[in-house]
Design a binder for this molecule. Structure first.
Ligand code: WT7
Length: 648
C-alpha cells in the first residue's frame, strides 16, 4: 500500500479524449449546430443557465402543453418549466410503445436465467399494473412504497405509479424491515409492492417476510402486492396481500397516462443526513426528466446501438436516474443484473459484459477496488472489447483504481467519466464529457448550465485548498424539498451560505478549475459508496439495552473507501465480551440493514464531549487514526481523548 500511495501522489498525467470519440460525440454534434467551438466555449456559453436548460429541454422532452417560464426561484425552491403539462412516462415509455427494441436485458443471479424485454412489452406490463393499481383505489398524489430487488418488475412498478401520478418511494432491498417501516410511515404510504424472496450470493433473501414485519406497524398501508420471484412459500395475509400476476393478468394493456403539472412530484427517495432519521428527498417529473436525460446523452454519449450497463441498484438514486428514467427517455437498451458481482465466480460481470456486448459501463470505485483485489487473472478469459466508455460514481476514486479501470477494463482506450452528484441533485453535476481532458481522481468540471465553487468558512471562493463544495445556481434535476420537512431543507442546504446550495462535501478546486472531491464532512459516512448517517448508526446502537452512549466514525478502508468503527459506552454492570460485539453488530443490521453493521466495535468508559454534551466525532477520529486532535482544552472531559487508546 505504501508504494501505491506514492503512485497516487505522482499521478499527474492528463488523458486527452480520443479524437474519433470527440468527433462523433452527441455533445459535439450539438455544439456544431450551435456554433460553439470547444469545451471551454461550451461551459462559458452555458453560464447563461436558463438559456442552456431551455435548449437542453428541447433535446429531451416533449411537453403536453408548453411552459410559460423556464425558472421560478423562490425561498430556495426551484420550479422549472413552470406551467408545462407533462408526465415523465410520455418520454420514458409512450414515445417508444411500438418499438421492438429491447429496453432491458435482465440476468437473474442463477446462471442462465436471462430475459429480454422490449419497449412494447414494457409498456404493456406498466399499463396492466397501472390499471390494477387504479382498481385498488390508487390515484394522483398517493404514496407507494416499493421494496424490491433488481428484477424487471421494479422499473415496471415505478413507471406504473408515475403513470397515475402516484409518488413512488423505492427502498433498497438490502435495508431491514425496520428501515422500510420507518420510511413508509414517514410518507404514510397507501400501498406497498414487494416479492416473495430473491437471490443473493446463492442464497435467498425473504423479502415478503421482512415486508410483513414492517407492515405490523404501518397502519396507512391498505394493500401489499407480491411478485413471485423465486416461488418460495410465503406467509399470506388474506386481508391485504395480492399476487401481482393475479391482479394484472386480466387487465387491459392500455391505460391513460395522467397529465400532470411538470412540477408535480414523481418520487420520494430517502437518504441519510446529519440526524438519526433519513430524509425524504422529493423529485418532480419535468425538470428531473431534462436533467437526467441530457446528462446521460452527453456524459455517456448514448447512441442508438449502445448497450448501457449502469451496475448500481435501482434502490439508490443512481439506479432511479440511470437505470430507469434517463435510459428509457433516450430509448436505450440497458443491462440489469440481479445478483452479487462475484457469483458464482469473481468474473461474473466480465461474462455479462462479453455476453451482451456492453459498450458503456457505469459503476463505483468500491466495485473497481474489489475487482482489483480479486486479481487480474479473472479478466483473462474475457475480451471486454465491446466497451467504449466507462463511468464511476458514489465516492472519490483514487488515481490507482482509476488507472487500473482504465488499463485493465478499458484496455487504455475508454475514457472514464467520474461523475459527482447526489440524491439531492438528481443528475450529474460535476462531470467530464467525452470531450474533456481527464485528470485521474478528479470529477473535472461542472456540467454545462451548472456552476460550482469551493468556499471557505466565510463564504469566500478558494483555490487549491480544501473547503465546502457549493452549487451557485439552481438546475432542473434539483430536489423539490424534503418530504414534510421544510425546516430541515433550509437548515441542511441553505443555512451556512444563504445564497448557494451546500453539498456537504469537502473539495478542492485546482488552478485549471478542476474539482477534487475529497469526501463528506464529518456527519455522514460513505461505506462502499452507500451514504449512511453516523447518527443513524449511533441511534441504532443506543436502542440496544446494553448501550448507554455511542459514537460512530469512518476509518479508511482499502476496498470500501470507509469502514464503520463504533465507540460504545456500555450501561453499568454490562460485561464486555466479543459475543456482545457480535450481538451489537447484528442489532444494527436489524435496525438499518447489513450495510450499516460496524466493522469494528470498541468499548470505552468515556467519550470526548463539548461542554454542552455533544460527542466530538472529529476528535475521536483524529485520535484513533493517530492524527493531530487540535485544541482539546475546551472539552468538558479532555482526559477521555487519551483514554480512547485503551479501548477494548
Ligand atoms: C455523495 C452523494 C450520486 C449517486 C450515488 C451517491 C459522494 C458521489 C462522487 C464522485 C467523489 C462522490 C459525495 C456526494 N460522491 N459521487 N464522483 N466523487 N464523491 O448518491 O448517496 O446521495 O451520495 O456521494 O460525497 O455528496 P448519494
Amino acid at each position: 500500500m505504501e508504494k501505491n500511495l506514492l503512485v497516487l501522489l505522482k499521478e499527474k498525467r492528463v488523458f486527452e479524449p480520443p479524437k474519433k470519440l470527440v468527433q462523433e460525440a452527441n455533445v459535439t454534434k450539438w455544439m456544431k449546430k450551435k456554433k460553439i467551438k470547444n469545451y471551454e466555449d461550451l461551459l462559458k456559453k452555458a453560464k447563461d443557465s436558463e438559456w442552456f436548460w431551455k435548449e437542453a429541454a428541447k433535446e429531451i422532452v416533449s411537453w403536453k402543453k408548453p411552459y410559460k417560464k423556464v425558472l421560478e426561484w423562490k425561498n430556495h425552491y426551484a420550479k422549472w418549466f413552470v406551467g408545462a403539462k407533462y408526465n415523465i412516462v410520455f418520454d420514458a415509455l409512450e414515445k417508444h410503445k411500438n418499438k421492438k427494441k429491447i429496453a432491458y436485458i435482465w440476468e437473474g443471479e442463477p446462471e442462465g436465467e436471462i430475459k429480454k424485454i422490449s419497449y412494447k412489452e414494457l409498456n404493456v406490463q406498466v399499463n396492466k399494473l397501472a390499471n390494477a393499481l387504479k382498481k385498488l383505489g390508487i390515484k394522483k398524489g398517493d404514496r407507494i412504497g416499493i421494496y424490491l430487488p433488481m428484477i424487471p418488475e421494479l422499473p415496471v412498478a415505478m413507471l406504473a405509479c408515475a403513470k397515475l401520478g402516484a409518488v413512488h418511494s423505492v427502498v433498497f432491498s438490502g435495508f431491514s424491515a425496520n428501515a422500510f417501516e420507518e420510511r413508509i410511515n414517514d410518507e404514510q404510504a397507501n400501498l406497498v409492492i414487494t416479492c416473495d424472496s430473491f437471490y443473493r450470493k446463492g442464497k435467498t433473501i425473504p423479502l415478503k417476510k421482512q415486508t410483513d414485519e414492517a407492515l405490523l406497524e404501518a397502519p396507512s398501508v391498505k394493500n401489499c402486492i407480491v411478485i413471485k420471484r423465486t416461488g418460495e412459500e410465503v406467509p399470506w395475509n388474506k386481508k391485504m396481500d395480492l399476487w401481482w400476476h393475479e391482479i394484472t393478468e386480466k387487465e387491459s394493456s392500455n391505460c391513460k397516462t395522467e397529465i400532470l403539472d411538470a412540477n408535480d412530484p414523481l418520487f420520494i427517495l430517502y437518504t441519510s443526513g446529519t440526524t438519526g432519521k433519513p430524509k425524504g428527498i422529493i423529485h418532480a417529473h419535468g425538470g428531473y426528466a431534462v436533467g437526467t436525460g441530457i446528462t446521460l446523452k452527453w456524459v455517456f454519449d448514448l447512441k442508438e446501438k449502445d448497450i448501457w450497463w449502469c451496475a448500481a441498484d435501482v434502490g439508490w438514486i443512481t439506479g432511479h436516474s440511470y437505470i430507469v428514467y434517463a435510459p428509457l427517455i433516450l430509448g436505450a437498451t440497458s443491462v440489469m443484473y440481479e445478483g452479487a458481482p462475484n457469483f458464482p465466480e469473481p468474473d461474473r460481470w466480465w461474462e455479462i459484459v462479453d455476453r451482451h456486448k456492453v459498450s458503456v459501463l457505469y459503476t463505483s470505485p468500491t466495485a473497481i477496488r474489489m475487482f482489483m483485489h480479486f486479481g487480474d487473472e479473472w479478466l483473462e478469459k474475457h475480451s471486454l472489447k465491446s466497451l467504449r466508455l466507462l463511468g464511476s460514481v458514489g465516492e472519490p476514486i483514487n488515481p490507482e483504481a482509476w488507472i487500473w479501470y482504465h488499463e485493465k477494463i478499458g484496455k487504455g482506450k475508454c475514457p472514464i467519466m467520474d461523475t459527482w452528484w447526489q440524491t439531492e441533485t438528481g443528475s450529474h453535476c460535476i462531470t467530464p464529457l467525452p470531450i474533456t481532458p481527464l485528470k485521474p481522481g478528479s470529477a473535472t468540471k461542472p456540467f454545462p448550465g451548472i456552476q460550482a465553487d469551493v468556499y471557505d468558512k466565510k463564504g469566500k471562493p478558494i483555490t487549491n485548498a480544501g473547503g465546502e463544495l457549493v452549487l451557485l445556481n439552481p438546475w432542473p434535476g434539483m430536489l423539490q424539498g424534503i418530504y414534510k420537512n421544510p425546516e430541515k431543507y433550509q437548515k441542511t442546504y441553505w443555512e451556512m451560505y444563504p445564497e448557494v446550495y451546500l453539498a456537504g462535501d469537502v473539495a478542492r478546486k485546482d488552478k485549471d478549475g478542476y474539482f477534487w472531491v475529497q469526501g463528506r464532512d464529518s456527519d455522514v459516512l460513505k461505506v462502499a459508496g452507500h451514504r449512511i448517517g453516523n447518527s443513524e448508526i449511533e441511534s441504532a446502537l443506543v436502542s440496544h439495552a446494553c448501550v448507554a452512549e455511542a459514537a460512530v466514525i469512518g476509518k479508511p478502508d482499502e476496498i470500501k473507501g470507509e469502514k464503520i468503527a463504533a465507540y460504545v459506552i456500555l450501561r453499568k454492570g454490562t460485561e464486555v465480551s466479543d459475543e456482545l460485539k457480535k450481538e451489537l453488530a447484528k442489532h444494527v443490521g436489524k435496525e438499518i440493514g447489513k450495510l450499516a453493521r460496524p466493522s469494528e466495535i470498541w468499548f470505552v468508559d468515556d467519550l470526548p464531549k463539548t461542554r454542552s454534551g455533544k460527542i466530538m466525532r472529529r476528535i475521536i477520529k483524529a485520535k484513533v487514526l493517530g492524527q493531530d486532535t487540535g485544541n482539546i482544552s475546551t472539552l468538558s472531559n479532555p482526559e477521555a481523548v487519551e483514554e480512547l487508546l485503551d479501548a477494548k
